[in-house]
Design a protein around this ligand. Structure first.
Ligand code: ZN
Length: 379
C-alpha cells in the first residue's frame, strides 16, 4: 500500500474564465527567484499548471479573484490570484505591481455560452440572502473563485444543479449548488425556487425520434440485472481525470476525484466491507490533514464485490462509517471525503482491483474504463 498512493495535482477545472475584453490589463512583474512560477488553470495551487514563468517575467493582469491563500510567496501573503489576459491565473503573492490592486474579475459573459446552452430551458429562482449579497463563484464551493455578489431578490435563471460544498442557508441546508445560465455557481441554500433544477450530470433527455444517448443505453443494459451487478459513481456529481499509472506517476494505482471535505463517499457496487484502516507513515495520524510529504492512503475502506472485484476508497476525513464484514448496497454511504495520508487537497483516491482477494498493485486496473463499461462513468 505504501508508496502506491499519490495525489495527482491539477484536477479542479472549474475555475477557467474566459477573458473579458472590457477590462484593461495592467503590467506587472513575476518575483520568483528560486524557481519558475506556475501559471495555473484556476485560483489555487492544486489546479493544473499550464506553463511556467521565469523570475522577472512581465505579465499582463486583467483582474483579480479570491482563491487559495498563499503564504509562502516573496511579495505578500494573500488569497488573491491575478487573472492574466489569456484566462490563466498566478498567485498575487509572487507579483510585483503598483500598489493599487487590479479590479475584481466579472462573472463569465453570458454571451460566451454556447448557443445550445442558451436555448436550454432554465429553472426560475430568486436570491434569498437577506441583507448580504449572495456570492457567485466559479465552482460549487466557497473555495472556488469569487465572481460577484447578487443582492437579495435578484431573479436567477438556473441551468442545473451539482453537488458541492454543504452550506446551511436561509432556504435549506444542502450540498447542492445551482449553475446559472451565465456559467457561475450559487449555493442552493440561499435560493428560493418552486421547482428542482435538473442535475448537471444527468444525461440530456434524448429527442423522441433520436437514438438513445450512450449513458441511456448503458442504463437500459443494467435493467433486470440483479442489485449485485449495479455500479454507481462513488462521488456523484464529481468527476475523475485520467491518472492511472501515468508516465509521471507510474505507481499511481487509481484515479483521483477532487471534492470537498465532508462529501459522502458511496459504495460503487454492492459487496462486503473487508477493511476499514488507517494507512499512514509512522508518526503521523489519519485524523489530521495529510500532505504530499507523508506516505499512505490515510483512512480507507476496501469492499469486495461479486466476481472477485475489489474497490478501495482513500483519504477519508475520518474512519469509514462501515465495519469489516458488513454488507453494503450499491450507493450506500461508507465514509466522507477528506485529505488524510498522502494528499495535498481533499479528494477521493479510488482504486479497482480484479482477481481478488487479495488486492495488490499488480491487479489494479484503470477505474475509468471499468466504471464506464459498467454504466457508471466517473470521468
Ligand atoms: Zn490518488
Amino acid at each position: 500500500m505504501r508508496k502506491t498512493i499519490f495525489v495527482v495535482a491539477g484536477v479542479l477545472a472549474f475555475a477557467v474564465v474566459p477573458p473579458s475584453a472590457a477590462q484593461a490589463a495592467s503590467t506587472a512583474t513575476v518575483v520568483s527567484p528560486k524557481r519558475p512560477l506556475n501559471v495555473r488553470a484556476g485560483a489555487a495551487a492544486w489546479t493544473r499548471s499550464l506553463r511556467t514563468l521565469p523570475d522577472g517575467a512581465a505579465v499582463a493582469i486583467e483582474c483579480q479573484v479570491k482563491g487559495q491563500l498563499i503564504d509562502q510567496g516573496p511579495v505578500r501573503v494573500t488569497d488573491q490570484w491575478d487573472r492574466l489576459t489569456d484566462g490563466s491565473f498566478i498567485s498575487d503573492a509572487w507579483v510585483s505591481r503598483p500598489p493599487a490592486a487590479p479590479p475584481p474579475c466579472s462573472p463569465p459573459q453570458q454571451t460566451a455560452a454556447p448557443a445550445a446552452a442558451a436555448s436550454a430551458p432554465t429553472t426560475a429562482g430568486t436570491v434569498a440572502s437577506g441583507t448580504t449579497a449572495l456570492k457567485t463563484r466559479g465552482g460549487p464551493a466557497r473555495s472556488a473563485v469569487l465572481y460577484s455578489g447578487l443582492p437579495n431578490g435578484t431573479a436567477l435563471n438556473i441551468a442545473c444543479q451539482t453537488q458541492g460544498e454543504p452550506i446551511t442557508g436561509t432556504m435549506r441546508a444542502t450540498a447542492m449548488w445551482d449553475r446559472l445560465d451565465s456559467g457561475a455557481y450559487v449555493s442552493d441554500a440561499y435560493v428560493n425556487r418552486a421547482a428542482t433544477p435538473p442535475s448537471c450530470t444527468a444525461p440530456a433527455a434524448a429527442p423522441p425520434a433520436a437514438a438513445p444517448a450512450p449513458a441511456a443505453a448503458a442504463a437500459a443494459q443494467t435493467q433486470g440485472v440483479p442489485e449485485a451487478g449495479r455500479w454507481v459513481s462513488p462521488l456523484p456529481g464529481f468527476s475523475a481525470r485520467p491518472g492511472f499509472r501515468t508516465p509521471t506517476n507510474p505507481s499511481h494505482a487509481g484515479v483521483d476525484i477532487m471534492s470537498f471535505v465532508g462529501t459522502p463517499i458511496h459504495a460503487a457496487s454492492a459487496g462486503t466491507v473487508v477493511e476499514v484502516v488507517c494507512n499512514i507513515e509512522a508518526g503521523h495520524s489519519c485524523d489530521q490533514t495529510g500532505s504530499a510529504a507523508i506516505d499512505g492512503c490515510g483512512w480507507y475502506v476496501k469492499i469486495l464485490h461479486a466476481g472477485g472485484v475489489s474497490t478501495l476508497y482513500c483519504h477519508m476525513v475520518h474512519r469509514g462509517v462501515v465495519k469489516p464484514g458488513q454488507k453494503v448496497a450499491a450507493g450506500q454511504v461508507i465514509g466522507y471525503v477528506g485529505s488524510s495520508g498522502n494528499s495535498s487537497a481533499p479528494h477521493l483516491h479510488f482504486e479497482v482491483h480484479v482477481n481478488t482477494p487479495p488486492t495488490s498493485p499488480g491487479n489494479a486496473i484503470d477505474p475509468l474504463p471499468f466504471m464506464r463499461t459498467h454504466g457508471a462513468a466517473i470521468g
